[in-house]
Design a protein around this ligand. Structure first.
Ligand code: GLU
Length: 347
């Protein structure tokens, strides 16, 4: 095991879909915390759900993380849980031999002792889960794959993870992880659980629709023409307090100042208008040639037929647009009218 005091954090997405803004925020906080301490930020793909995981989803998540400006220290060798079954089976055998498990219908379960479980959370303080609230849980499924709980504990220890920063929805998983770590004789990382991201009406943002009309994924915001650095800045504010009423800052500022005592316990509401206002400010602060460059890159990806019009659109909408998509949406209308007019002339 790693005995050096180096801070090691990780982001462990399940490649079952696109990168949600909640996941992006988790990645950003883990990145910032590691960078703040001169430590390591690692990625891991949690693909034990064989039916729902896919390679294209994994590749898209990595691309979106890079797009928002994150870098990770195990690029080129990002572990995949589906490739590490031996590691999990060894741990399962160890638990079995020590009498911690029993088998039902082909699945292996961990016996949870009937006593309270207390652990320290850097955001919430001491958390106690009363006896009887954590049920005996599956550690190996009938398909022979480990469950998330078993794999996460084995992997965090194997990768030397010292700090686990994740959303509050995982708080109820933590006692299970601590029981497994104790039974396996593994070190317990430091935990910090932050609040969720909610819609303005208080519902969970993950329950929203998909696509540009109801954006929830990093990709949706990219397609809508938001700047990655603006999305990062806004996500950082949803759960972390930079103090002094500061609102606009970049990733380097975040890394320099990211401490756990400034993380919010409470949930945050996603305010699309505020994000839009941030993006508009970022666009108007650009030199015209920088905007042209950004519009051109955006067009190459999303409006390839209009790349040639980037210059015209930049001059037309400079200082007015809130997103990179707006000029193309408005421009498409304009081009349609011009097209119609020239057709009429020809008739
Ligand atoms: N794969 C889990 C998820 O996507 C990771 C949870 C954790 O950080 O432990 O939610």
């Amino acid at each position: 095991m790693h005995s050096s005091p180096t801070v090691i954090t990780r982001f462990a997405p399940s490649p079952t879909g696109a990168l949600h803004v909640g996941g992006a925020r988790t990645a950003l906080y883990n990145w910032a915390f590691a960078r703040h301490h001169g430590g390591r930020f690692l990625l891991r793909l949690e693909d034990t759900d064989q039916a729902r995981s896919s390679d294209p989803a994994a590749a898209a998540i990595l691309e979106d993380l890079a797009w928002i400006g994150l870098d990770w220290d195990n690029a080129g060798s990002v572990p995949r849980q589906s490739h590490r079954l031996d590691l999990y089976n060894t741990a399962i055998d160890q638990l079995r031999q020590a009498g911690y498990t029993y088998e039902t219908n082909g699945a292996i379960r961990f016996k949870v002792p009937n006593k309270p479980i207390t652990f320290h959370d850097e955001v919430r303080g001491d958390v106690t889960i009363p006896a009887g609230q954590t049920e005996n849980f599956v550690i190996r499924k009938t398909d022979g794959f480990p469950t998330y709980h078993l794999a996460v504990v084995v992997d965090d220890a194997e990768m030397g993870v010292t700090h686990v920063l994740r959303a509050q929805e995982h708080l109820s998983n933590t006692p299970k992880h601590i029981l497994l770590q104790t039974a396996l004789g593994l070190p317990c990382p430091t935990y910090a659980h932050f609040g969720l991201i909610l819609n303005p009406d208080g519902s969970k943002m993950s329950k929203r629709g998909f696509g540009p009309d109801e954006p929830v994924n990093v990709r949706d915001f990219r397609q809508l023409g938001f700047f990655p650095e603006v999305l990062c800045n806004y996500l950082a504010l949803l759960g972390w307090n930079p103090s002094n009423d500061l609102e606009k800052f970049d990733k380097d500022f975040l890394a320099a100042n990211f401490t756990l005592d400034r993380i919010n316990k409470s949930n945050s509401k996603f305010d699309s208008k505020k994000l839009l206002a941030f993006n508009k400010d970022a666009i108007s602060s650009l030199e015209v040639l920088e905007l042209l460059q950004r519009l051109r890159e955006f067009a190459e990806r999303y409006y390839p037929h209009y790349v040639g019009f980037s210059r015209f659109l930049t001059f037309l909408y400079y200082e007015r647009c809130k997103t990179l998509r707006e000029p193309f949406k408005l421009g498409a209308f304009l081009f349609l009218q011009i097209g119609r007019a020239s057709c009429r002339e020809r008739v």
